[in-house]
Design a binder for this molecule. Sequence first.
Ligand code: ADP
Ligand code: MG
Length: 558
Amino acid sequence: PTQQETYSFQAEVVQLLDLMIHSLYSNKEIFLRELISNASDAIDRLRFAQLTEPGLDKDETEEELRIHVAFDKDARTITITDNGIGMSRQEVMDNIGTIAKSGTREFFQALTGDQRKDATLIGQFGVGFYSSFIVADRVTLTTRRAGQAAGEGVRWESDGRGEYALETVERPQRGTELVLHLREGEDDLLNHHRLRTIIQKYSDHISLPIVMPADGEEAGEDTVVNRGSALWARPKSEISDADYNEFYKHVAHDFTDPLAHLHSKMEGTYEYTLLLFVPATAPFDLWMPEARHGVKLHVQRVFIMDDTGQLMPNYLRFVRGVIDSADLPLNVSREILQSSRVVDNIRSSAVKKVLRLLKDLAEKEPEKYATFWREFGDVLKEGVPEDYSNRDEIAKLLRFTTTKSATDEPDTSLGDYVARMKEGQDKIYYLLAPTPAAAKGSPHLEIFRKKGIEVLLLGQAIDNWLVTSLPDFEGKRFQSVAQGVSDLGAMEDETEKEAGEKAGTELSGLVERLKKALGDKVSDVRTTNRLTTSPACIVADEPDLEMNLMRRMQGSGM
Ligand code: ADP
Ligand code: MG
């Protein structure tokens, strides 16, 4: 062993640990779920590495891949061991002791100091490894990366208060061993039945065997305490909602139950299984350029790789879960995936199924759909310009705030809008405005209000992109109320038309004077009968100009 070296945690880690221990204590047993989840990930990564790194397959492959959980009553420890990929010294330093997750800063800004609210946030952020400090006041991690020499083992130890020690140790076996030295008062965990119950409750879906010594202590015959088969490969009738939820938490690294899931086995030209989830809360990195896609590709139950856009399009990047193919080779590479007909086929049917799941959710559970829309609506909107072949299906899923909405919440679908259209109305009208308040005060709406015509209020930059890339909905074209001479066509009655023409002649002198005064600052000045209380308003000729106008209003705080 070399000399021990001491390092400091990243400042955020200390803050997070403190917060976590207090906020999550009432649910302390989740530490075991998190550590087993990590062990399972490490074994998945080993299996994949063995397929691609030739040297690794000779590394103790005879040994069965498994996760081992034991306890020692006298030493007051719980030990979790896996024979997965392990970590090098550098990996330990990078992964344990720092929070590499994107969105960390945003996360800390969002904290309120309210324990209940913060616990939810921590859940969303995901605490993983650090949850061991909920029950332990000292944690010792010993690991060796697969493929490295026995002399290159690493021991990491910390009391979670700000520093950790690292040393190089001899470790003949590959993988990671984690020893939790329990806090005072946590002795109830030193119990075979208790640990077994926790494992069955949270980790039964793990597809590897989780073994415990017969009585939980080091001696005795090992017994497998979980079912140890891949959840998605089991018949649906044998899977409870709780099983699905725990599986989701494992694959998504989330603490919150999902909103909905779909599980289907496809047998046709290609054979594959989909187990996909719609989360209830957006991850912190949803809007970051490096945002993770959430679907894990498996080939015949073996984890192959995380999706980098081949399995789910960008606008469905929030979907989490597993796709397991029976037709791809185990040593499939990213390059092969990019040009694989199998993958194209799986992707297009997975996308259709997710869109149908969302449609069902919208129809059968509108409250859940409202949650979905709040969290992911703006991401789904990207699908309209992005996915031409599913554009109509996506359009039906969109929700808007309109002049008839009860609140500022987007509660109206385009289908609702069309159903409420006035006699003679052949267009879907919209107004771009930076805020609902600005929209409501807009003079452009006056004539629409007077005639009782509903107008979509669009507030996001992407909305403009949306309506310009969606030529129509059920044959009804989109028309900005602030653009050009928006002609109300058949909805204008004769007297209005006459009044308009009359005003035009009477006010021609004023119009001429205004044109002269404004010069080339405007392209035209004209009379209108669209205003009922405001004397004048500005209209734009083209969508781009209109966007510009909206941004200026935003800037001036209107
Ligand atoms: P997450 O699992 O969401 O990445 P964790 O805090 O649970 O976050 O783990 C942080 C990282 O530490 C993991 O991504 C992994 O790289 C590493 N790690 C944790 N446990 C193990 C393990 N048993 N074997 C190998 N690497 C591990
Ligand atoms: Mg984890």
